[in-house]
Design a protein around this ligand. Structure first.
Ligand code: ZN
Length: 206
């Protein structure tokens, strides 16, 4: 089979992406109530449009764009493929505050390759959700395992969480690093070392 295999990702197969129905009007009235509860003067002209803006912002942060995950047959390439420092942002499910950073994704291909630009879309697919970083990392790795059936997958996320850097311990710029290593990227020492060397180098460069 030489034709690219097309598959629409996003808004499909419920279990892997927790898709919510967003009640836009409900979010607006909840935002208004939140302002009220925070002691704000909701009659203030400056706040008039705030509930709508809040609803718009959450809709955008929580909606991923569907995409076609085009895969190609692999004609014998058997080295690691790594995409480094893919920017992403997500929303912490514990505080409803953003966290953002970069994703490093590597895989050791089996019979299929995926367009490199699609890796960023895979990250976005799961990042536009109420998330914790560990779960996001695992979901990306699992998606690649299922769609590409590669010999190995590695996903490393480095992110700054506003809920950590703006409050509590207030460690501005502190990064949380999570990883998911599957197959030969976990079990083969040389492959694991190569993947981690590539992702560590990025951290030091930034
Ligand atoms: Zn948080």
């Amino acid at each position: 089979m030489n034709a690219p295999h097309l598959r629409v990702a996003g808004h499909v197969s419920g279990s892997r992406t927790a898709h919510r129905e967003i009640d836009y009007d409900g979010v607006q009235s909840a935002a208004r109530e939140l302002l009220w509860a925070l002691g704000a003067d909701v009659e203030d002209a400056g706040l008039e449009e705030t509930p709508r803006r809040v609803a718009d912002a959450y809709c955008e942060l929580l909606t991923s764009r569907p995409f076609r995950a085009t895969t190609f047959p692999n004609d014998g390439y058997d080295e690691l493929i790594v995409a480094r420092a893919i920017p992403f942002h997500s929303l912490c499910m514990h505080h409803l505050l953003p966290f953002q950073g970069v994703a490093h994704i590597g895989y050791l291909p089996g019979r299929s390759l995926i367009g490199l630009s699609k890796l960023g879309r895979v990250v976005e697919l799961f990042a536009r959700d109420l998330q914790i970083q560990e779960r996001l990392t695992t979901q990306i790795a699992r998606w690649l395992d299922e769609e590409l059936e590669p010999k190995g997958v590695g996903v490393v996320l480095e992110a700054e969480h506003l809920c950590m850097s703006l409050r509590g311990v207030q460690k501005h710029g502190a990064k949380t690093v999570t990883s998911a290593l599957h197959g030969l990227v976990r079990d083969d020492a040389r492959t694991r070392q190569e993947f981690l060397a590539l992702t560590t180098r990025t951290s030091h460069d930034q």
